[in-house]
Design a protein around this ligand. Sequence first.
Ligand SMILES: [Zn+2]
Length: 157
Amino acid sequence: MTHSTNPYLPAGLPIPVSEPDGLSEPYWAGLRAGRLLVQRCAHCGTWQFAPEWICHGCHAFDPAWVEVAPKGLIYSWERIWHPAHSALKDHGPYLAVLVELPHAGHVRMVGNLLGDPTQAVTIGAELQGVYEHHPDASPAYSLLQWRLADAADAANR
Ligand SMILES: [Zn+2]
């Protein structure tokens, strides 16, 4: 199962939107369509995330966006007990992970690790992305959360 309608975090957090200049809009639009898009320079092949207007490898403008499989490895993680936002009061702990995508130039992105928030977390564990859609929000948005690949396999059986 790679789509979820059960939010990992409680309602009331700010809705993620693109910057006013639209830099990350392809990423957010991709998530709403259930697709993970990251930048890859059409000139030199450099992958990068988060998005930028120029390639950090060759300085060409407007790096291309390409779809990649929402799979990765835990590069780092943190179990968060302190509520960083009032909507998270009485919610902790929850797990934030820094996910590395080896098949996309080893770019890294931040997300949440689904499942028991007190679970043991292993660096290097394989993850499967889970699209969390919020179609009734204004504006509608989607997040990419992560679950252990083993757990995803179990859910698909
Ligand atoms: Zn480049």
